[in-house]
Design a protein around this ligand. Structure first.
Ligand code: PMV
Length: 330
């Protein structure tokens, strides 16, 4: 395949039902456990990458957001892996845009590194399959490997670069499951997932989590197969609480929730008692992901819209993974 030198891609973020928290290998981002997720239709990153002789250095611009030199370095380190694979010596111009705020726990690193991987690989003229793309995306951000395949996805932990990648379990059409994100604050999180994960072993519950997570993976796959929403939802909540228990009891402690996060958790439990079947899950941030089936989507949305402390809701259904686009950002 010839080198196009310029390419663009769009990638969804994803929400994990069984979470990834902690690594076996820091550099290769090999996780301690496998995880299962769903791609989100309405939170995504669009990225354009171009290589050219006249570029004097690699540049990265995230539209509408500020980036730190550490974040830029992470982007450049990632494209360098792809450049060396494609034997490209040229400098790159990278422009990205998220349709949601970054570093608030909405998984911008997942959509960001998945989109970056696809656009860079295309521009560099590498012909890679989804498995290889997923392996590569993982090197940028662990959860990014799950944004490559379609729909409902499993990231097989593995123990080497070659066998740690994500693949599709079911297509987006498989189940009309919704993930409604309730944004309760636009505050940036204080500790990134990458830094936070390094603390996992300081939690006294770390070993217990690893034991339970493998059983939870089996159970969740089973509930997903049966589309058993009640058991599926209960397990998603238990799993999120399990991960946050480890975060809170790590040292220094990682407490990502705000009072509004807790307020919403309590309300969801109350709504459930009144026949609104919905379950929550939370990542590294204060915002709450609420899982609901189509029959209850409107009821849930209107309840959320009545809450003053909920700044915004984003309704997501399952969607396809990363794709290329002819729409360039420059
Ligand atoms: O890929 P990272 O380093 O942003 O870690 C993601 C961690 C969680 O979102 C909390 C869990 C997950 O599996 O997505």
């Amino acid at each position: 395949m010839g080198k196009k030198l310029k390419a663009s891609s769009i990638s969804p973020a994803n929400i994990a039902f069984i979470k990834y928290w902690g690594k076996k290998d820091k550099k290769l981002r090999i996780p301690l456990n496998s995880s299962i997720s769903m791609n989100l239709s309405h939170v995504y990153t669009h990225t354009t990458v171009e290589f050219a002789k006249n570029f004097k250095e690699d540049t990265f611009k995230l539209l509408n957001e500020k980036t730190s030199s550490m974040e830029e370095k992470r982007v450049f380190d990632h494209i360098n892996i792809i450049k060396s694979k494609a034997l490209i010596n040229l400098k790159a111009k990278i422009v990205s845009v998220n349709n949601f705020p970054k570093s608030t726990g909405l998984s911008s690193s997942a959509s960001g590194f998945s989109a970056l991987t696809m656009a860079t690989v295309e521009a560099a003229g590498l012909n890679l399959n989804k498995k290889e793309l997923s392996q590569l995306a993982r090197l940028g951000s662990g959860s990014a490997c799950r944004s490559i395949p379609d729909g409902f996805v499993k990231w097989q932990a593995g123990d080497s670069h070659k066998n740690s990648y994500a693949y599709s379990l079911f297509s987006p059409k498989y189940w009309k499951l919704y993930d409604v994100i309730a944004i309760v604050s636009k505050q940036k999180k204080l500790t990134s997932s990458t830094k936070g994960q390094e603390l996992i072993k300081t939690s006294p519950f770390f070993k217990k989590r690893l034991k339970s997570v493998n059983n939870n993976l089996k159970l969740l796959s089973h509930y997903l197969k049966k589309k058993d929403f009640t058991n599926f939802g209960i397990l998603c909540e238990q799993e999120a609480l399990n991960m946050h228990a480890v975060m809170i009891t790590s040292w220094p402690s990682l407490l990502y929730w705000t009072p509004n996060t807790l307020k919403l958790i309590k309300l969801i439990k109350k709504w459930r008692q009144n026949n609104l079947e919905a379950y929550f899950t939370i990542n590294t941030g204060q915002d709450v992901h609420i899982l609901v089936e189509e029959a209850n989507l409107e009821k849930l949305s209107s309840k959320l819209k009545q809450l003053k402390f909920v700044k915004k809701i984003i309704i997501n259904k399952p969607t396809i993974g990363v794709r290329t686009t002819e729409k360039h950002l420059f």
